[in-house]
Write a protein that binds this ligand. Sequence first.
Ligand SMILES: [Zn+2]
Length: 334
Amino acid sequence: MIWENRWHPLLERWVTISSHRGARPWQGARVSEIGKAPSYDPECYLCPNGRRISGARNPNYDQVFVFDNDHPAFGVDAPVTSPSQEPYLTSRAEGICRVMCYSPDHSGRLSGLKALDMQRVIEVWHDQTQMLLAQDEIDQVFIFENNGEVVGVSNPHPHCQIYALPFVLPVTQQIISALTSYRARQKVNLFDDIIAREIADGRRLLSESSDWIAFVPFFAQLPYETWIVAKQPIRDLTHASKASQGQLGEMLTEVLGMQDRLWPTPQAYILSIHQAPKSLSAESDYRCYIQIQPMLRGAGLQKYLAGVETAGGHFLNDGAPEEKAAELRATRSA
Ligand SMILES: [Zn+2]
């Protein structure tokens, strides 16, 4: 049993680990099982030849397909705002939002892609990052997948979203600031220190290669939260060599497989690729990392972000990272 507060050094805030609460009685709803989707759905706007809300028809694609979001949150044609003054400031919701289908298979999952198809996904993430960062107004490329109905995704077609933004996301800003202050205090890269501590302890490790390392962080905010962090100075995917991209694809398949094998039904999660903004100095200690935030804490049990998390901004994690990492590793032999 682990019951303690742990410091999240990158977000510079505490997380409360209370593993004894994970088994508390639960009389609320359980996430119901979703039947297996067909491999092609003629009504799906993401399937090959599917008709989208804009009226456009998808090509008959056979691997990865990327298109501009028909209902973007940020757009090049977002309206110019009226002049504003403090405290109520406004600015244009400028940016580029794209949708990326991993595969034409409507029933597929990222974890289930064949090795070559996963390599193609990583390559497209790399190419899109490069292409979008080349645009003058874009500073950061944030790629994420919302997976599962509990995360609010109604269309099961395997896909992610690519947001190219003219500003730096708050979490990235926070991490850059933490890296700078850690460097000033300790004279080393905070990411290197985190990796060294995870390797030295070993209980939370899931996988390791020459360029990447996967673990459930000491400071995990959610049960089964998993990070894949660059061990080399790779600040975004455009800095990852072909070989490094290959390692990343293999590791991603491995750790997503662990998540999906925990229970009879696969995990629901938010997967995000954290990349440095273009404006960040070349000397920064920033490292590219993939974060998997699982939204189920047990079979059919949704992790709700309630009062303390949503209103108070403080995470209560009912699963000890050491125990959750062991459960994930055990799925290898399951
Ligand atoms: Zn589909």
